[in-house]
Design a protein around this ligand. Structure first.
Ligand code: NAG
Ligand code: NAG
Ligand code: NAG
Ligand code: NAG
Ligand code: NAG
Ligand code: NAG
Ligand code: NAG
Ligand code: NAG
Ligand code: NAG
Ligand code: NAG
Length: 442
């Protein structure tokens, strides 16, 4: 009898040990995680637990890099609702099956489940995805909930930034208010799924920077000049799901993107093992021309020119006085209205294409069909191929004002702006004149 109770006690001790074991990556509905204890992903790269950001005394449940000495939080559960003491628990409620942060039976935070699990397990994966699944089912298709679907302010390799058009799930980054307060700031990075999708960084409802659409090879406005890239981005769109993703070329490199409301920008960060610190490899927006609509409607921004703003061919500044005082907000208007019958196009080379909000896309049309289609529709202002591979295919047309164009010699593409035939006529006249002058001189 005594032996049996001893064994029972040891067994209980063992159980309570596994409950708080620092090496576990999983909890089940009979276990819970208290403040001070953590889950660690299998290969030891990430940790889940409670933390206080910087000088704040508030407690949050979150995830961070296990092997990096600088506290680097990549995800937070209860961003909007801090915990004021150490009494909170993370658990899977055995009657509801839900994943909750619970304080004296009050729910501080709860996951939004797709369905109720029979035998749930919560696991922190090496990819830093926290997943709730059936204990015996590791298939990612069947996850009941995953933190990857609810990003905080950080994008890590393998995470999707974008929309699931079937379920409406919108995976976007949202900045912290400041470095001590993870509650949602007003800097966000959603995927805009207009006809020709593109990720856009926004401050509140104002657009700050467009990554510009995917042209089959890369994001159209992205400069390709970095000779030693550590990570790059990719894009996926099958009509059901549209997303942006980053990947590292060498998986032993640690990289992330993070929204920063203090600087109103998105930082690209890489961990430098030798310096034991994060290095900022890049930041968006980068320069004046990256700023959304820097030159106003129908303006074109070129960092190589002084001043950087000029009107597109066939356009003039709407308010020359303000324009000359470097206020470009009103942009440009047509010199001469389109007559819709005999219009033509001015070709621009190496361009970041305009905001796609008012665009129209057909992936199977050729460039010539695109040109014809644009000419046949009086409100079509510009067109280009939607995919630049193999000499170009697909058709994007823009209507009304052209917003947020810039010259991007190393990442941009050909772009055709509609002008009245007379503007062309003028060009050919001056060309003839030049030819005559040359002939006269020879
Ligand atoms: C959390 O686990 C402890 C033992 O580790 C247990 O005593 C307690 O009842 C659990 N709390 C809840 C709310 O499940
Ligand atoms: C689990 O959920 C039920 C129903 O909401 C609730 O009554 C119970 O207190 C919860 N248990 C814990 C441990 O939070
Ligand atoms: C752990 O696994 C992740 C995802 O597979 C990988 O990116 C990372 O390099 C691994 N870390 C270590 C220390 O093995
Ligand atoms: C934002 O960037 C600034 C300057 O690089 C940095 O000092 C600050 O810690 C960053 N804030 C957050 C929340 O990371
Ligand atoms: C963003 O939020 C800060 C404080 O959270 C506020 O002061 C600022 O006005 C907001 N900006 C915009 C554009 O909403
Ligand atoms: C990846 O990086 C590690 C550590 O910096 C290095 O040892 C390794 O050679 C790299 N692998 C490749 C394929 O470049
Ligand atoms: C448009 O008008 C401006 C100002 O009137 C003029 O300088 C410019 O040459 C005109 N451009 C074209 C293409 O006609
Ligand atoms: C630029 O002009 C607009 C009106 O066109 C005005 O609202 C805005 O305040 C001006 N910006 C600056 C910086 O003066
Ligand atoms: C796209 O263009 C192709 C070829 O011109 C045409 O057959 C098709 O109907 C168009 N699709 C749409 C949605 O307009
Ligand atoms: C021109 O295109 C717009 C946008 O697709 C469409 O709403 C409009 O009906 C078209 N007009 C003509 C005349 O085809």
């Amino acid at each position: 009898m005594a032996v049996l109770s001893f064994m029972l006690i040891s067994f209980n001790l063992l159980l309570s040990y596994t409950k708080v074991s620092a090496a576990a990556d999983t909890i089940t509905s009979s276990q819970n995680l208290t403040d001070g204890n953590t889950l660690i992903s299998k290969n030891g790269s990430f940790e889940l637990g409670f933390f206080s950001p910087g000088k704040s005394s508030n407690r949050y449940m979150g995830m961070w890099y296990k092997n990096i000495p600088v506290q680097t939080i990549v995800w937070v559960a209860n961003r909007q609702k801090p915990i004021k003491d150490l009494s909170c628990l993370l658990l899977i409620n055995s009657s509801t099956g839900n994943l909750v942060l619970s304080q004296n039976k009050n729910i501080v935070w709860a996951a939004t489940l797709k369905r109720k699990a029979q035998n749930p397990a919560l696991q922190l994966l090496d990819s830093v995805n926290l997943v709730l699944r059936e204990a015996n089912d590791e298939n990612s298709e069947n996850f009941i909930w995953q933190s990857f679907d609810y990003p905080s302010d950080t994008l890590l390799p393998g995470m999707k930034l974008g929309k699931d058009l079937r379920s409406g799930l919108d995976r976007r980054l949202t900045s912290w208010k400041n470095q001590y307060d993870p509650s949602a700031g007003n800097l966000t990075w959603p995927m805009h799924v207009d006809s020709y999708p593109e990720p856009v960084i926004r401050l509140g409802s104002k657009k700050l920077y467009r990554n510009s659409p995917w042209n089959g090879v890369q994001f159209n406005g992205k400069p390709t000049s970095d000779p030693h890239p550590i990570f790059d981005s990719t894009y996926f769109n099958n009509g059901n799901e549209v997303y942006y993703m980053i990947f590292v070329f060498n998986t032993s490199k640690i990289a992330r993107m993070r929204m920063n409301q203090t600087t109103n920008s998105l930082h690209h960060l890489v961990w430098l093992e030798e310096k034991q610190s994060w290095n900022m490899m890049g930041s968006l927006p980068r320069d004046f021309c990256d700023g959304y609509g820097a030159c106003g409607p129908n303006g074109n921004c070129d960092m190589k020119k002084v001043p950087s703003c000029e009107c597109l061919g066939g356009f003039k500044s709407k308010s020359p006085e303000r324009w000359n005082a470097f206020n470009y907000s009103e942009g440009c208007v047509r010199n001469k209205s389109l007559n819709c019958k005999n219009d033509g196009f001015v070709k621009y080379i190496g361009m970041k294409v305009p905001d796609t909000t008012t665009s129209w896309l057909n992936k199977s049309m050729t460039r010539n069909e695109c040109r014809e289609e644009c000419l046949n529709n009086c409100s079509c202002m510009a067109y280009t191929n939607s995919d630049i591979r193999d000499g170009g295919s697909g058709c994007v047309m823009w209507f009304n004002d052209l917003n947020d164009l810039r010259v991007q010699p190393d990442g941009g593409e050909d772009f055709y702006v509609r002008v009245p035939a007379s503007e062309l006529g003028m060009e050919s006249t001056s060309f003839l004149l030049l030819l005559m002058i040359l002939l006269v001189h020879c």
